[in-house]
Design a protein. Sequence first.
Lengths: 387, 387
Amino acid sequence: MLNKDLLQMETKDVYANVTEKVKAFKYENPNAEIISLGIGDVSKPIVKPVIEAMHKAVDDLSSMDTFKGYGGYYGYDFLREAILKNEYQQYGFTKEEIYVSDGTKTDSTSILELFDKSSTVLLANPTYPIYRDGAAALNRKVEYTTLDENFVMEIPNKKYDIVYICSPNNPIGNAYNKKDLEKWVDYALKNEAVIIFDNVYQGFVRSKDIPKSIYEIEEAKKCAIELRSFSKTASFTGLRCSYYVIPNQIYKDINVVWKRRTMNRFNGASYIAQKAAEAVFLPQSQKLIKENIDYYLENAKILREGFKKAGYEVFGGIDAPFMWVKSKDQKTSWQMFNYFLKELNIIVIPGIVFGLAGDNYIRISALGKREDGIKCIERMLKNEEKN
Amino acid sequence: MLNKDLLQMETKDVYANVTEKVKAFKYENPNAEIISLGIGDVSKPIVKPVIEAMHKAVDDLSSMDTFKGYGGYYGYDFLREAILKNEYQQYGFTKEEIYVSDGTKTDSTSILELFDKSSTVLLANPTYPIYRDGAAALNRKVEYTTLDENFVMEIPNKKYDIVYICSPNNPIGNAYNKKDLEKWVDYALKNEAVIIFDNVYQGFVRSKDIPKSIYEIEEAKKCAIELRSFSKTASFTGLRCSYYVIPNQIYKDINVVWKRRTMNRFNGASYIAQKAAEAVFLPQSQKLIKENIDYYLENAKILREGFKKAGYEVFGGIDAPFMWVKSKDQKTSWQMFNYFLKELNIIVIPGIVFGLAGDNYIRISALGKREDGIKCIERMLKNEEKN
């Protein structure tokens, strides 16, 4: 018999409806020059020093003396030590609290298995949809909290066991400041909740008042697990390598138990991806990666200003690659989607796929190519003039 | 609160006791020249045409025109098509029934999530321990069946929902023949059970009467999921790439549901590993891979004959890289382990880590280096003469 919990997930890939509608439009309009602002993937290739490290890693696998087989369940020491030294030592963590994995999609849903099955899960509305469907597949009870006027999750007036916070945020593109996070750490400590802090876009943070890590908040080590990835910063979306921190202070033996689980369910990330990840921390890589992210953030600036010029309210895109664009005229997000596709040949993501509260918004992305973004703005402004 | 199910797993890595005892022995005997016959990892490096494909894949990631980001949840079409063409078309499967993943450890435990949580699981005693601990972590009820005189799982007289069969077998090193598998397919069909057929050592099969796939058995498509990997055949233990087949015929919508689950829990195997896997099917790779496996099988022959000469009964090692060696004098498997370590400075795996029924056996492996195996035999025979 099939596991009924799996039937609780959304029927399809959240983007499936978008893909289908775009396909149908292309079929009817074979000559339309369609540009996607829906893209969640990166467009910049992997930087040179990381490419060189990968070539070397490939060569390691070609000879008996340097061959690497099973590499351990939690990641190679060389990588966990590099992560510790560059990112987590400053908060007092040890290597034993750091895990290397194959992607934050895997991590953000599997981590629920660490907690009792009766645990209740609180998500934002709108939310990154994987949290919702991952929780459904594992039969965890999910409820939602609305966002305040700054698009920050509102503190609920009851206890939840697990709270997902995504900052910098997908889909909205805003980022939580210190006060926002202090409020949530406080809630977690008072309610014995654990925060799953999805921090994969941390490389995009440029504003001074935005914490780069939840551990900048005092006592977050008692209540927060932080997830990071090389995907969106170092263009590892195809390479697959992520990492996360489980502080010893959350529960007694939390890492003993999670290591046992990981050992029995996973055989480690690819050696080549781990050698690549190690090279991400080289100063020459960091410089190039910062340039890539600056490119995306400049894209975001151009898009933000263009959409504003066209009369839209635009949120996010300062410390994150996404923007959240409000309808000018009470259109639903699918109506907005249709307008952009049919009138402008631009793909956007309707906000409702992230939750009901997203239904007057679309998500646009700055992860594409500069020239495509500029073309979109031109089309949009030209069309506004016409009307 | 921590998930109590995770506490059902064995306290430690199954090999942890072995590792600790070896460490203590080394500390007391720093000059001992220790050889491991316990090794479950491969020692041969990755073959040249596959290395070349990886260098090319690394270069693909270095330029904007050829960059590959997210590659889909179930594997690239180029790889699923190569797998289909080379291995599964002959049984009438389609690409949509094939999944590419990051390793059979992940697959063999995650697949339990496909089935209702009340499903009962039947394992062999002794068994590959990951099945046991993976099932415990997911709170599935596990029972065991004994092996017959040919080390084939005995058919139970009651219904189970899920049956794990590993052939060629780890730890015993034997392989199920057509009759053995027909018996189990028959059981599965009569009891509406699903067989999880762990087939990762299929590349080692040389005997004519041993099926290379469970789908050689008529009607297995109605009841069996087959798991394969590039790890032990093409030396991908560090690279991470596996694959499996879920036949549409098992349940209505089985693949619809599993695709939905996979999409929400996994973002695909590394592009480089998938390009490497594609190159495994090249004729020039196949030739070199066969030579590697022949090397291991020749190791197995030398070890088998050596252990026999030393008076042991030895099983397996014909169509698999492992052998199962029985105690000559009713020793327990830890006593055998101690004898080999202390008298001969050879590491073996005590059978009891695979289950109680393994307690008069040790597992030895042919995956190491030829010269090491020969040295072990010499030491053993010299010691026998002495006594």
